[in-house]
Design a binder for this molecule. Structure first.
Ligand SMILES: [Zn+2]
Length: 150
């Protein structure tokens, strides 16, 4: 079976996340809580990719991810690809990009930051060029890809 077949094979409604780095696949599975999902889930890893060498792919029937779900994924791994399918038609195909700000997704790495000591939401600004997020409250930066999610 070719990757292309795996990607499009008989998904009537649902979502496909593609271009997943192989070492991030199971992190993504966990983040999306797919172990709790009752719908058919296809998880592929070490698939051939002309762009990446090898890649992972996740296909979930009757599941449509929220912007918040996708932001969480982008924090762990930018530039994966989302395809949304309805009635066997691709209705959306786009890169999963980081939003400009992240509200209550990321834990600040500064132990004395107010967000680690008060019951409040965290708020980070994203610097995509530098690949950093910056805590709005204490200014501490963290590298995207090394971030701890709340
Ligand atoms: Zn902070």
């Amino acid at each position: 079976m070719k990757n292309k077949d795996l990607l499009v094979a008989a998904l009537q409604n649902g979502s496909v996340i593609d271009h997943i780095p192989t070492d991030k696949l199971f992190t993504i599975v966990k983040l999306l809580e797919l172990e709790k999902c009752d719908e058919p889930v296809t998880i592929g890893n070490n698939l051939e990719s002309s762009k990446m060498g090898k890649k992972g792919l996740i296909k979930v029937s009757d599941k449509f991810f929220t912007d918040e779900d996708l932001s969480r994924l982008a924090v762990v791994c930018p530039n994966m690809r989302l395809t949304v399918i309805r009635d066997y038609e691709v209705v959306e195909k786009r890169e999963i990009v980081l939003p400009d700000t992240l509200t209550n997704l990321v834990k600040c790495a500064n132990p004395v930051c107010i967000t680690n000591n008060e019951p409040m939401k965290t708020y980070f600004e994203v610097d995509k060029l530098k690949g950093l997020v910056r805590c709005h409250y204490c200014g501490k930066t963290q590298k995207i890809g090394k971030i701890i999610l709340l």
